[in-house]
Ligand binder design. Structure first.
Ligand code: NDP
Length: 262
């Protein structure tokens, strides 16, 4: 089978697939032949990205509204998605939010929101596809965690805790499904060039840094000296989705140009 076709006829769901890292992932999976369902909260963003996948790759693609912070919304969205393109072969739990606050100033609401969207959202979306994967005897679950799932960063305690939780979820579910052809892995990007990092730069500027100083503070965490590109994260997801990655499970693949070495 050619590289360009190994996901032909496979249904992939990408949460947060309308923009940023999720959009890059959706493009890579569509390029490889998958039918791609994009989920997120903004209909126009999703529709635009789905149309791009159709026109650029000839893929089947649709956007479905889903707030991963709401169990009802997740249930409705996954039912609609699986009715449309059938059982899910690949789930990419990518939707996420990052908010900063010093620990002493962090409101309970911020903590709850980070855990609800980043961790509980990944759990609930996985619940929607796992029974079908077990029945089919195969599947790929790929959780977009972060280097913040493997180490601590100042002022983002809740985000770090939620992403460490995503790594724990990944490892435990991998252990539970190890006798099947389902693999469960995490991808851990460093600071990536998306709106999320741009918002981090703005927060630092609001705290008195110049734009250059703020950028430098983020980029200096990455040894190669430049942000990770969304396409670099998408390539790791494509590899984890490939037939050749069938023995890779329970792993946290770091895409951070040397920031975390293990
Ligand atoms: P963006 O802010 O650019 O995009 C976030 C995506 O998540 C959007 O598609 C957004 O869609 C979606 N999303 C956010 N909240 C919800 C929600 N409640 N329900 C459904 N969808 C939601 O961020 P990135 O692309 O950078 O981030 C993608 C993932 O990568 C996240 O999990 C993030 O934590 C992780 N990551 C990012 C890094 C970075 O530096 N950028 C580094 C390491 C990890 P919409 O707003 O339309 O709902």
């Amino acid at each position: 089978m050619s590289d360009a076709a190994y996901l032909k006829g496979r249904h992939a769901i990408v949460t947060g697939g309308g923009r940023g890292i999720g959009a890059a992932i959706s493009e890579e999976l569509a390029r490889l032949g998958a039918d791609v369902t994009l989920m997120g909260r903004e209909a126009a963003t999703l529709a635009k990205q789905a149309a791009r996948l159709v026109s650029r790759f000839g893929a089947r693609s649709v956007g479905i509204i889903c707030d991963v912070g709401s169990e009802d919304s997740i249930r409705a969205a996954f039912a609609k998605a699986q009715e449309g393109f059938g059982g899910t072969y690949i789930l990419v739990n990518n939707a996420g939010q990052a908010e900063a606050a010093r620990f002493g100033e962090m409101k309970r609401e911020l903590w709850d929101r980070m855990v609800a969207v980043n961790l509980t959202g990944s759990f609930l979306c996985t619940q929607q596809v796992l029974p079908g994967m077990l029945k089919a005897g195969e599947g790929r679950i790929i959780n977009i965690a972060s280097t913040a799932g493997l180490k601590g960063y100042s002022t983002i305690t809740a985000y770090c805790a939620s992403k460490h939780g995503v790594i724990g979820l990944t490892r435990a579910l991998a252990a539970e499904t190890v006798k099947t052809k389902i693999t469960v892995n995490a991808v851990c990007p460093g600071y990536t060039d998306t709106e999320m990092s741009h918002a981090g730069i703005k927060t630092l500027m609001n705290a008195g840094k110049t734009e250059d100083e703020a950028k430098h503070l983020l980029v200096r965490t990455i040894p190669r000296g430049s942000f990770i590109e969304p396409a670099e994260v998408a390539n790791a997801v494509a590899w984890l989705s490939s037939p050749g990655a069938s023995a890779i499970t329970g792993q946290s693949i770091v895409v951070a140009a040397g920031e975390v070495m293990k």
